[in-house]
Design a protein around this ligand. Structure first.
Ligand SMILES: Cc1ncc(COP(=O)(O)O)c(C=O)c1O
Length: 289
């Protein structure tokens, strides 16, 4: 295990340590926006692999020479989850590459198997696949973004390489306060379970309400949903909501311009959002008449 000043720092050190200039790094065309930034900073040739039409990841699309693969799982901003079987397949088909699974949102993932003990995190693969490195963070499910604590799990040799790279930048990136806060969070299992379950339950109800309003909502495993309004005019919805002090994220980018990323709020915030969306639909139908 390796810890750093937020998982962004851990990811930056991974880019600096593992990817070669002559063989590309593969990543989905829709994913965490920092990967292209790190690729540029560290001179890594990033090749984007298109997601399927339903925004899922097909491991077969990654069959090409590479020095690494990086995937956010659950993915951002789609919220979709890649199975452990698919991650295992990527790792075995690319045994000379480092497979990075960025699990910033993994604690919000839920598998439908009905078996609450079933594993969703790729940390369960690191003994079996020595080329898999998994990053996680205290910034999402533990509500401690300002504390700046992130970590990586992987085989001893990957962790040793990361540690050496870290020591040539900053030997002690985690201050005592961050260590104390992160430790207290890990010990408070009850609060963690309660807040994470609350987000999952509110995600279920928000998804149902948005669907009733005609939104297409992708099956989310994160603390946000990715949803398309009936007419696809996501930009207009985002602007109208902003005027009411409700901020949702619209990405003016190919393939996802018709979608909104909506963070799961409290029950009251979600209700305010749904009421605002209903009012917008009434306004639109009045204008149409
Ligand atoms: C997919 C993903 N990875 C990593 C991070 C970085 O989180 P932090 O540096 O706060 O640990 C984020 C934050 O938005 C994220 O969405």
């Amino acid at each position: 295990m390796f810890v750093g000043n937020g998982s962004d720092e851990v990811l930056a050190l991974i880019f600096a340590s593992f990817f070669l200039k002559e063989r590309p790094l593969l990543s989905p065309d829709i994913g965490y926006s920092f990967y292209p930034v790190y690729a540029q900073t560290f001179g890594v040739h990033l090749v984007k692999i298109p997601l399927e039409d339903d925004f899922s990841i097909d491991p077969d699309a990654y069959r090409q020479p590479c020095s690494g693969i990086i995937i956010a799982n659950p993915n951002a901003p789609t919220g979709l989850l890649l199975s452990l079987a698919d991650i295992r397949k990527l790792a075995s088909e690319h045994s000379n590459a480092v497979i990075v699974i960025d699990e910033a949102y993994i604690d919000f993932a839920q598998i439908e198997s009905g078996n609450p003990e079933a594993q969703v995190s790729a940390v369960s693969l690191i003994n079996e696949c020595d080329n898999v490195i998994v990053t996680q963070t205290f910034s999402k499910s533990r509500s401690l973004a300002g504390l700046r604590v992130g970590m990586a799990f992987g085989s001893a040799s990957l962790i040793e390489a990361l540690t050496r790279m870290k020591n040539s930048f900053n030997s002690y990136p985690l201050d005592k306060l961050a260590q104390a806060g992160a430790t207290a969070s890990v010990l408070d299992t009850e609060y963690f379970e309660q807040t994470r379950q609350q987000v999952i339950d509110l995600r279920t109800s928000l998804t149902a309400e948005l669907t009733t309003l005609g939104y297409k909502v992708l099956p989310s495993h994160a603390n946000f949903v990715f949803a398309r309004p009936k007419d696809g005019n996501a930009s207009a919805v985002a602007s109208a909501l902003r005027e009411q002090g409700i901020i949702v994220r619209h990405f003016d980018k190919p393939r996802i311009a018709e979608y909104l990323r909506i963070t799961i709020g409290t029950a009251e915030q979600n209700e305010r959002l749904i009421n605002a969306l209903k009012a917008l639909q009434v306004d639109a139908s009045v204008v149409a008449e």
